[in-house]
Design a protein around this ligand. Structure first.
Ligand SMILES: NC(=O)c1ccc[n+]([C@@H]2O[C@H](COP(=O)([O-])OP(=O)(O)OC[C@H]3O[C@@H](n4cnc5c(N)ncnc54)[C@H](OP(=O)(O)O)[C@@H]3O)[C@@H](O)[C@H]2O)c1
Length: 271
């Protein structure tokens, strides 16, 4: 049995589908089992990352567990998992742990990784760069005004599709050779915000305007809906260059998915 926590999230939903489709027994946690809408045959149970004790029953009889590094109490969850006989864990950390270890997200990610290494379980750490799915933050503004207000990332960002993170997680949970490994994950290309907006516009077949904000304007906007530490990371760490590691192809045998592939699959969210 494999336990996928945060099963309704950007990575979790794809991972559940992938494991279930490949014939593995899957248990999935969410804070709202009634609204989870996961495939028939997947066991869906309640679980809250902020409350490790809510996961105790979910760990029973589980071989491998998929965990997000945040939100949540990673040491607490791992302690319970070990007590319940879980053998391996795959943790989603962040590439900021490598490129900006002192940042808010980077230092939190490193703390989660330390907890995993200290857990006594067989561990694999996934370190993704920025997700393609963060573009969903622009969906209300695109739907309502046909525009995106954002600061620019002149050097571009190698955004990674959560579907690729899920594909690598599925291998790490079910195949040998991933124990004590850290897998850096990026998309296949560097894209500015303007380019990502242009791709969305092309997929929607209607104009979408990109309105570039100054750093201060972007800060004030983001502070309305994000914690200050994350806002500062988003405004200051994008210049860090994690390169273009070939991890997705090396582990799954197929190239990393492009932003356009992600946009095409999610275009309805922007209409
Ligand atoms: N977004 C990025 O660019 C990025 C980059 C690198 C690393 N990461 C890491 O990737 C992970 C996933 O990020 P994401 O933005 O894509 O998130 P997400 O998967 O959309 O959301 C997290 C999921 O966690 C579940 N959850 C369980 N307990 C929760 C709680 N107490 N509070 C909030 N959610 C809870 C939620 O499912 P239910 O509502 O069904 O319970 C939700 O679906 C995070 O650990 C993040 O640090 C993100």
């Amino acid at each position: 049995m494999i336990l996928v926590t945060s099963a309704t999230g950007n990575i979790g939903r794809r991972l559940v589908r992938e494991l279930h489709g490949a014939g593995f027994a899957v248990r999935a946690t969410t804070r709202n089992p009634g609204g989870a809408d996961l495939p028939a045959g997947v066991e869906v149970v309640h679980g809250d990352l902020a409350d490790p004790s809510s996961l105790r029953d979910a760990f029973a009889g589980v071989d491998g567990v998929f965990l997000l590094g945040s939100p949540g109490d990673v040491p607490g969850m791992l302690h319970l998992a070990a007590e319940e006989g879980v053998r391996r864990v795959v943790l989603v950390s962040s590439l900021l742990a490598e490129t900006h270890p002192d940042s808010f997200i980077g230092s939190g990610a490193l703390a989660g990784e330390k907890a995993v290494r200290d857990s006594g379980l067989a561990w694999t750490v996934l370190r993704p760069w920025e997700f393609t799915s963060n573009a969903l933050w622009w969906a209300p503004s695109i739907r309502e005004h046909g525009s995106v207000y954002s600061h620019e990332v002149p050097e571009g960002s190698q955004v990674v599709d959560p579907a690729d993170i899920a594909a690598v997680a599925a291998r790490a949970l079910t195949e040998p050779g991933h124990e004590r490994r850290i897998h850096p994950l990026t998309g296949p290309e560097r894209l500015t915000v303007a380019r990502r907006v242009a791709v969305l516009s092309e997929e929607l077949a209607r104009p979408v305007e990109f309105v570039e904000l100054s750093t201060e304007q972007a800060r004030q906007r983001m502070l309305r809906y994000m914690p200050a530490g994350i806002v500062e990371d988003m405004l200051s760490t994008e210049g860090g260059d994690p390169g273009l590691p070939d991890t997705v192809r090396r582990i799954t045998g197929r190239p990393a998915r492009t932003f356009r592939q992600w946009a095409r699959e999610h275009v309805e969210a922007f209409r």
